[in-house]
Every structure is written in C-alpha cells, then in structure tokens.
Design a protein around this ligand. Structure first.
Ligand SMILES: CC(C)(COP(=O)(O)OP(=O)(O)OC[C@H]1O[C@@H](n2cnc3c(N)ncnc32)[C@H](O)[C@@H]1OP(=O)(O)O)[C@@H](O)C(=O)NCCC(=O)NCCS
Length: 379
C-alpha cells in the first residue's frame, strides 16, 4: 500500500486515525522521550528530534509498503483543536494474521482515546484487511497495556519467559489473541481488592512496599511448615508472589488482601479468595505474620472476606454461593479461624497436603454456603 494515498481516514466522531504528517514530529518526540514509552516499548534511548522526523517521513511510509499499517491518532484538545495523540499499528504477519501495537502521547493517556483508536483500527483490520487473528504482546508488568487489551476483548493466554527484545535484553512477555468472531469486550471480570474495614482490622490491596513483611511472614517456621514455602524465602519470591496475585486478579480468578491492624498500615497477614468460579465458589486461604498472631485478627479478617465473597456482584462483592477451605490436621489455629468464620467441617482428604518438612498430611476440608452466612458466627 502506498503512503499517504492508501491510508484511510477512520473516525468515530471523537478520535480520528489518519496518515502521519511532518508536523506530528514534535508530538512523536514528546511521546518517545516519556518514561512510560521508554519503559514499555523499544523506542531508542536517547531519542532525538531527528529520530522523530525520520519516523514520520521515512519509517511510517516505508512500513506501509511492507505491511506495517501505522496510523496517527488525533483528537480535539480543550480548545477544540486537533492534536497528535499517539500511534496505533497493525503489523501484517501473513495468513490474515497481524500484531497490534500502540503508544499514547502522555497528554492523551487516561482519556479513553487509545481504546477508541484501537477499536477503529481493529475493525478496519478485520474488515478491510480481512484479518482473522490479531496478536497482542506486552512486557510483563505493563498493566496499562494489559487492561487496554482486556477491554478490547483480547485474552491473556500466558507468559513467555525472556521473549521480547528491548535494548539488548530479552524480557518476559504476556501474549493474547483476538479473533475476528470474538466479542469486542472483556471476556471475564478483572477483580479488585476493595478496602474492607472491621472493628480491629483493615484489609487493603497488597503493595510493593509490603515485600519485606511478606518475606518475614513467609520465612516464619509455622507458615513455612503449614504452607510449604520455599526456604530460604527471598524478596524475589515475595515479588513473584505479588505479581501472581495481580495476574490472578486480572484474570478474574482471585482477590488477595493485605491484613493490617486498624490504626496501622503495616502488613500483619494476607488473605485471599482464589480459584474463583464466577457466580459459584472460591477457596479461602491466609497466613499471618508472627506479629499478627494470637489476637483474633485473622478470624475477624476471614469474616470480612467471607462477607465480601457472599455480597452480590452488583453490590461490589463476588456474588458467590459457596466457599471452601482446607487446613492440615494438626494446624489447629487455622481450623479455629475457619470455624469462627462460619465454615463447617465436611470431610478429610487423606495425605493431600505437602508440608514444609516434606511429609504429607491429611487435609480437613470445610465449606460454607450463602444461605448459612449470617447464621451464627459468620455475620
Ligand atoms: C498503553 C497505553 C497506550 C494506554 O493508554 P491509555 O488507555 O490512555 O492509558 P490509561 O492510563 O488509561 O491506562 C489504561 C488502563 O490501565 C490501568 N492501569 C494503568 N497502570 C496500571 C497499573 N500499574 N496497574 C493496574 N492498572 C493500571 C488504568 O487504570 C486504566 O484502567 P481503566 O481503563 O480502568 O481506567 C499508554 O499507557 C502508553 O502509551 N503506554 C506506553 C506505551 C505502551 O506501553 N504501549 C503498549 C506496548 S504493548
């Protein structure tokens, strides 16, 4: 395809996709020296005005001839003047497949403009270029990109270790696809951990700053034994676990909270509702930092998690009808927490739990139904 003659103008009334022009160079420069662009894309560092001019005058036109269909994104600023908002692109991969790529000018972020631009781009690709499958790649940790892809209907099909090149390194990559016949909206809920307040405890989302406390808690002998933690438990383990909890939330399969005492921000435990099956059930799990034991904090926190899980989805809860949990025979503290939070012991799975010392323990299984919640201890 020839540039700019064959580049269509696509608009939804708010956002317009069009061929790049020489006067986009300043916007391209501002975008490419921005820290987020540097962190999450392969823009050269340093990036100069000459690089930006070459991008609009040479790279984009050459790309159109070679199957890299890049559009400038334009939208009106506060005064109603059209301004450069970034670049969105489909890269032809043959066999009616393409890769999607996008980057926003810092001014344009957080306004929903990129999502609009990508919807226009995808519909053009699926109809005019007759694409069947579009693939999305992002460096692991690029949550703005992942959420954008999720909104558009992409799945996140997994992580490829050391796959995406960036300035000499190979970085872990998320990958997902959107097919021509897929719905163009989220495939599943993206769960969040709302703040939950009890009389003596607060549950809040986990933060990077919790890493040292997570290391302390998971290095503790009791936690290591009952939950079979890696030993030694390092900051890398804690960071990997934090990433895992965020990925599970994004995939709609778990919600994880930090437990703190009401008047403090210091983590004294963690709880989660995991293996979520929407509208049905989840499993509840937890561990306490040694500072948080022996004062009934986990029991109160577990009740808050149970209440959140049984609260209707439209009212901000998970809208589940059943919760289940397990505790090793011998882990009396955990059994007590479950019973005090309204769970009923329903069975025993023999030799089902691997412990820190390498032994296998029987697992006592518990569950709780929506209709039981609020009766007795659960409320
Ligand atoms: C990716 C990008 C184009 C998205 O633009 P945008 O949609 O205008 O950006 P937003 O700031 O609105 O972020 C999109 C969503 O991600 C969310 N998000 C951003 N950072 C997040 C984080 N660290 N954790 C969780 N969510 C995050 C935002 O809250 C927003 O969610 P919402 O849709 O519910 O409001 C823009 O962030 C960008 O230019 N990044 C640098 C280039 C890049 O990463 N390109 C993609 C390469 S794969």
């Amino acid at each position: 395809m020839r540039f700019p003659h064959d580049v269509p103008v696509l608009t939804d009334g708010t956002v317009t996709l069009r061929a790049h022009r020489p006067d986009d160079a300043l916007g391209v420069l501002e975008q490419c020296v921005d820290p987020l662009s540097r962190q999450w894309t392969t823009v050269p560092v340093p990036y100069t005005r000459a690089d930006a001019e070459a991008f609009v005058a040479e790279r984009v036109p050459a790309g159109w001839a070679a199957g890299a269909w890049a559009f400038a994104v334009e939208a009106a600023d506060e005064d109603g003047h059209g301004r450069f908002c970034g670049t969105v692109e489909l890269r032809d991969e043959g066999n009616r497949r393409a890769e999607i790529a996008f980057g926003a000018h810092p001014w344009a972020r957080g306004r929903g403009l990129v999502e609009r631009a990508l919807r226009l781009l995808l519909e053009w690709g699926f109809t005019e270029r007759r694409l069947r499958t579009v693939v999305w790649w992002a460096n692991v940790g690029n949550w703005a990109s992942r959420r954008t892809a999720w909104r558009l209907g992409f799945g996140c099909d997994g992580t490829l270790a050391r796959w995406l090149p960036q300035r000499g390194d190979l970085l872990d990559a998320w990958v997902g696809v959107l097919h021509v016949d897929d719905p163009r909206g989220p495939r599943h809920a993206w769960l969040r951990a709302p703040e939950l307040a009890g009389e003596r405890v607060t549950l809040r989302p986990l933060r990077d700053g919790d890493v040292p406390r997570i290391v302390e808690a998971c290095s503790d002998a009791r936690t290591a034994q009952w939950l079979r933690m890696p030993a030694p438990y390092t900051e890398d383990h804690a960071r990997a676990w934090l990433l895992q909890t965020r990925e599970e939330s994004a995939a709609g399969t778990a919600v994880t909270w930090a437990l703190t005492e009401r008047d403090s921000d210091l983590l004294v435990g963690a709880l989660n509702a995991f293996a979520v099956k929407p509208r049905r059930e989840a499993e509840v799990g937890y561990w306490s930092h040694p500072d948080g034991r022996g004062r009934g904090l986990m029991t109160q926190a577990c009740r808050l998690v149970v209440a959140h899980c049984f609260t209707a989805y439209d009212a901000g809860g998970l809208g589940l009808v059943r919760l289940h949990a397990g505790a090793a025979v011998g882990n009396t503290a955990s059994q007590h927490v479950l019973e005090a939070a309204g769970f009923t012991r329903v069975g025993r799975e023999r030799r089902a739990l691997g412990l820190g010392d390498g032994s296998l323990a029987d697992c006592l299984t518990y569950d709780q139904l929506l209709e039981e919640h609020g009766e007795g201890h659960g409320g």
